[in-house]
Design a protein around this ligand. Structure first.
Ligand code: BGC
Length: 453
């Protein structure tokens, strides 16, 4: 990688010097970041956490206001005079029957588009660059992994609302709610900003309230949310890990709180449910169904809870042509088998769950040494495109949840968030911190995309 970077640096020296500033919404700092540390005019580099600084619109305001619109992204920026924000909406209170994706366009994340633009600018091979640029037209979820990003949701919703009015269309903004206290309890790579020991549960409630405040303002935009990747799945298999058993009650309470609050503002929700190689093992299916059904009931069977999301940030196929040898005889060797095994167990307990399945990085199969490999799996490719044409009545949509190119975890063994899974033979190295842009990884996702880009 070092050699490769040096070569890349030579090849791209001139354009890099001419363009040594990050775009609005682009990264501009953080531990391990070697890209530009200044922002284009009209935006300011704001530290979000030790690992991430971002160019936010505005000259020196530390947090963008919801009324600020991106200056260079997305395409067709809305006119600043056309705001018709409704401040005290009454969402209908009744969810649509059927698939919430139906009849809606999906809003493209300006944040991801800026990451992809910057990435494409650093690619000299013109065919690869053209393919890379296509990725920004494919909808991916927007992760709210720190409370400081919550005002951005208002910016996106406002933009989606105005686009919808201009184009006479209805938009969906797809988000991931991801900030539980003691987050990522069985791993280290994505440990979060809140600690249970430091009032984390209340801080989480405040984080949810901030999301709700933004969502309330734009009732004409539909929000679809994936709730807390990995958290409840850890409650099934990782209770032997002290941080997980210690967090269990808070995870459950906080999840129920999030479901209730987001239900009030009409957010269609899918709880994260691990993947086939995690909860899809026979011994885990019934306990998993019981936990999800219980959480759903304890939250008052919120009408906008639509179901579960599987394979988030993982690499499994929806329908594998043959079982990957690493699946070791598990009858549920891909996501469709897992979903079909889990769905009846949920329904029989009163949770008639529908599913979303992440296929963003599932284009290439049989690339892992063990099914449990989850960190920056080498030679992965972008996968099936988002579609509601899923071939299964259980599945609302194939989606891209993990933004391909953002890292799963650092390979720097001296970093506090180093997880040994990211140092394994199957993991692409050297890798930056979780969530940071990983250029070499992105380029491979583009190269190995299946279907091709
Ligand atoms: C990281 C988050 C990031 C998300 C999406 C997670 O692994 O911890 O910071 O937002 O991936 O890339």
């Amino acid at each position: 990688m070092f050699k490769y970077s040096a070569l890349l640096a030579l090849v791209t020296l001139v354009p890099a010097l001419a363009n040594a500033q990050s775009q609005v919404w682009g990264q501009c700092g953080g531990n391990g970041w070697s890209g530009p540390t200044t922002c284009v005019s009209g935006s300011t580099c704001v530290k979000q956490n030790d690992w991430y600084s971002q160019c936010l619109p505005g000259s020196s305001n530390p947090t963008p206001t919801p009324s600020t619109t991106p200056t260079s992204q997305p395409p067709n920026p809305p006119s600043s005079t056309s705001s018709s924000t409704i401040t005290d909406p009454t969402p209908s209170g009744t969810p649509t029957t059927g698939n919430p994706y139906t009849g809606h366009e999906i809003y493209l994340s300006p944040y991801y588009a800026a990451e992809v633009d910057t990435a494409a600018a650093a690619i000299s091979d013109s065919s690869l660059k053209a393919k890379a640029l296509k990725v920004k037209e494919i909808p991916t979820f927007i992760w709210f992994d720190i409370v400081a990003k919550t005002p951005d949701l208002g910016t996106y919703l406002k933009d989606a609302s105005e686009k919808g009015k201009r184009e006479n269309k209805k938009y969906i903004v797809q988000i991931v709610v991801y900030d539980l206290p003691d987050r990522d309890c069985a791993a280290k790579a994505s440990n979060g900003e809140f600690a249970i020991a430091n009032d984390g549960e209340n801080k989480y409630k405040d984080y949810i309230a901030k999301l709700v405040t933004e969502i309330k303002k734009y009732p004409d935009v539909r929000v679809i949310a994936v709730i807390e990747p990995d958290s409840l799945a850890n409650m099934i298999t990782n209770m032997n890990v002290a941080k997980c058993s210690g967090a269990a009650e808070v995870y459950k309470r906080a999840t129920i709180y999030a479901l209730k609050e987001l239900n009030k503002v009409g957010v269609y929700m899918y709880l994260d449910a691990g993947h086939a190689g995690w909860l899809g093992w026979q011994a885990n299916l019934a306990p998993a169904a019981q936990l999800y059904a219980q959480i759903y009931k304890d939250a008052g069977s919120p009408q906008f809870v639509r179901g579960l999301a599987t394979n988030v940030a993982n690499y499994n196929a929806l329908r594998a042509s043959s079982p990957d040898p690493v699946t070791q005889g598990n009858a549920n060797y891909d996501e469709i088998h897992y979903i079909e095994a889990l769905a009846p167990l949920l329904s029989s307990q009163g949770f008639p769950a529908k599913f979303l399945v992440d296929q963003g990085r599932s284009g290439v199969q049989n690339i892992r040494n063990e099914w449990g490999d989850w960190c920056n799996v080498r030679n992965a490719g972008f996968g099936a495109r988002p579609t509601t044409n899923t071939g299964s009545s259980h599945i609302d949509s194939i989606v891209w949840i993990k933004p391909g190119g953002e890292c799963d975890g650092t390979s720097d063994s001296s970093a506090p968030r180093y997880d040994s899974m990211c140092g394994k033979e199957s993991a692409h190295k050297p890798a930056p911190e979780a969530g940071q842009w990983f250029q070499a990884y992105f380029e491979n996702l583009v190269k190995f995309a299946n279907p091709a880009l």
